[in-house]
Design a protein around this ligand. Structure first.
Ligand SMILES: [Zn+2]
Length: 113
């Protein structure tokens, strides 16, 4: 798995972990009929993902997640969707390439496609 793909999975996993740690959300999911086995499986998968993500991206993700509650932010029309700064054209990946970047304004890890 590429770092880009692994960071996307990591972002989803962290959203599920946030739900798993919220007793009201767990109770709501159980009322809706979802089976819930706790956060252990999610944490094990998160630890496994750490091996798939390049160290620099892992650290940037963790910093962004700790600071903003989300590790990854989208870029839309050259604008960081975290801080709404227009990014320099030189920051864009080559056409057709999916790449991770870090916003020079807010430090968020960016998913730019
Ligand atoms: Zn930003």
């Amino acid at each position: 798995m590429t770092s880009s793909a692994a960071v996307l999975v990591l972002q989803d996993l962290d959203q599920l972990l946030a739900l798993a740690r919220d007793p009201e959300a767990v109770a709501r999911m159980k009322r809706m009929g979802f089976r819930f086995d706790g956060a252990d499986g999610l944490l094990a998968e998160r630890a496994r993902l750490e091996r798939d993500v390049e160290r620099r991206w892992w650290l940037a993700y963790e910093r962004s997640h700790a600071r903003y509650g989300r590790g990854l932010t989208a870029v839309q029309g050259k604008v960081c969707q975290g801080c709404f700064v227009t990014l320099p054209i030189s920051a864009a990946p080559p056409a057709g390439e999916v790449a991770l970047h870090q916003c020079q304004s807010c430090g968020r890890l960016l998913f730019w496609r």
